[in-house]
Design a protein around this ligand. Structure first.
Ligand code: ARG
Length: 466
């Protein structure tokens, strides 16, 4: 080996530098305290509820329960004050807290772990944590939706090009485009709400996997911890990490939505598009090119999606093929969820700030909306409606008009009536009413369409639900 250890004699390897190796390495691979200390508050809440139930059911004495609760509250303040000493030797948050409790209150501490196991304990702590995180995500999404509703309202009449294939397609309004994101983040929020309902069952009392012979009351602990009811199968309870997988799936879909928005912001803020200006608060300069204003926050939101999606795949892979019930593999669940939660929160917060602050350059949007023959479909529709042409023929005639405009280097609305009549004699001056982008947009009054009147209806519908 590079460090000089003789590779051939494994005994020497383990007996030399690695004399204390096996246990040191075991400690390192086994310990989760480095990350699961994040669960301290949930662990203490869970233990207080458990001890209270044990005393209520006469399984431990009231006196021991009082000592336990007092000790746990002391530990809570120690951790919050930063004076608690976490030890890797004690493996995880559960044993760190229990060991400290023993130091503080003596033998009564040993009674806390009656009728439970770390398997149901960790399932409880983690569920409580994910539930709180989902609640936070829900309210952050509500904030993002509110930001979009405000921008949509201000821009219900702001015309911009709508795209397919990132090629100019038909004029739309910026308000309508904003409302597309309201729909997307609204679905994300509905998924969050559903996940909260889904995980709202208390695991504590499943014990190691088989339940327990002590006369515990799982309904009592479920209620005390704010769960709707206890889980119904003790084997599933300690095997299940669906709540973590659901969190990561929802986070991945939401991050994917955020990345699409981030990409649009990057594109819109280029000098070539110039549809928006980001506020200084959400952009940076270049250290070498003084003219630059870079959309770094949007780019980082776009990139965070990579790690969030990665976490989902990582945990799916950890869980795949795991036999029931608990296996230590499942300890690998937490870092993925913690990292994704932090990334998602940051991404939603940055995006909400960007949307609230960005300057909409209506003139640039309007100019772009009118170029690229964006009202060609309106011309075709006019030929169908006013001249009775079948849509396919109207499509062909319109194609000729576009070709002529292209040859003349002008927009459709700039073609003369004579030119248009040479293409099809049924065309009258009435055609010019639909060739403007404003007329095009105003005509799209189908339910969910881009007409300002429709967009205002959708804004009102969402205002009633946000
Ligand atoms: N630290 C462990 C985890 O996060 C707690 C559960 C340990 N259970 C066990 N049987 N070793 O999964």
């Amino acid at each position: 080996m590079a460090d000089g250890t003789d590779q051939k004699s494994s005994n020497q390897m383990w007996g030399g530098r690695f004399a204390s190796g096996p246990s040191a390495i075991m400690e390192e691979i086994n310990a989760s305290i480095g990350f699961d200390k994040k669960l301290y508050a949930q662990d203490i809440r869970g233990s207080i509820a458990h001890a209270t139930m044990l005393a209520e059911k006469g399984i431990i004495s009231q006196e021991d329960k009082d000592k336990i609760v007092h000790g746990l509250n002391t530990i809570l303040s120690e951790i919050e004050a930063g004076t608690f000493e976490f030890s890797r030797k004690l493996e995880d948050i559960h044993m760190n807290i229990e060991a400290r409790l023993a130091t503080l209150i003596g033998t009564a501490a040993g009674r806390l772990h009656t009728a439970r196991s770390r398997n149901d304990q960790v399932a409880l702590d983690f569920r409580l944590w994910v539930k709180e995180e989902l609640q936070k995500t829900e309210s952050m999404l509500t904030g993002l939706i509110a930001a979009f509703l405000d921008r949509a309202e201000e821009n219900a009449d702001t015309v911009m090009p709508g795209f397919t294939h990132l090629q100019t397609a038909q004029p739309v309004t910026f308000g309508h485009h904003c409302m597309a994101y309201v729909e997307m983040f609204g679905r994300d929020r509905a998924r969050v709400r559903h996940a909260i309902e889904h995980l709202d069952e208390s695991p504590i009392g499943a014990a190691a996997l088989a339940g327990t012979g002590y006369p515990i009351d799982r309904h009592m602990t479920a209620k005390a911890l704010g769960f709707r009811e206890p889980t119904r199968n003790s084997i599933d309870t300690v095997s299940d990490r669906d709540f973590a997988l659901e969190f990561l799936s929802i986070a991945s879909i939401c991050a994917t939505h955020l990345s699409r928005l981030a990409e649009e912001i990057v594109i819109w803020s280029t000098p070539q598009f110039g549809f928006i200006r980001l506020s200084d608060a959400f952009s940076t300069g270049s250290s070498i090119m003084p003219q630059k204003k870079n959309p770094d926050a949007a780019e980082l939101v776009r990139a965070k999606t990579g790690r969030i999606n990665g976490s989902l795949v990582a945990l799916l892979t950890v869980m795949k093929g795991l036999p029931l019930a608990y296996s230590k593999d499942m300890q690998e669940d937490k870092e993925q969820v913690f990292d994704s939660a932090e990334s998602l929160e940051l991404a939603i917060a940055a995006m909400t700030g960007m949307i609230r602050d960005l300057e909409v350059r209506k003139d640039r949007m309007r100019a772009a909306a009118g170029s690229g023959y964006s009202t060609a479909t309106d011309l075709a529709d006019w030929l169908v409606r006013e001249a009775g042409l079948p849509f396919r023929d109207a499509h062909h005639v319109t194609g000729n008009a576009v070709a002529l405009a292209e040859k003349n280097g002008c927009d459709l609305a700039d073609l003369s009536l004579e030119d248009l009549q040479a293409i099809h004699p049924a065309i009258t001056s009435g055609i010019f009413d639909v060739l403007s982008v404003e007329a095009s947009v105003a005509s799209r009054t189908s339910f969910g369409g881009t007409a300002p009147s429709e967009v205002r209806k959708q804004i009102a519908w969402w205002r009633g639900r946000n």
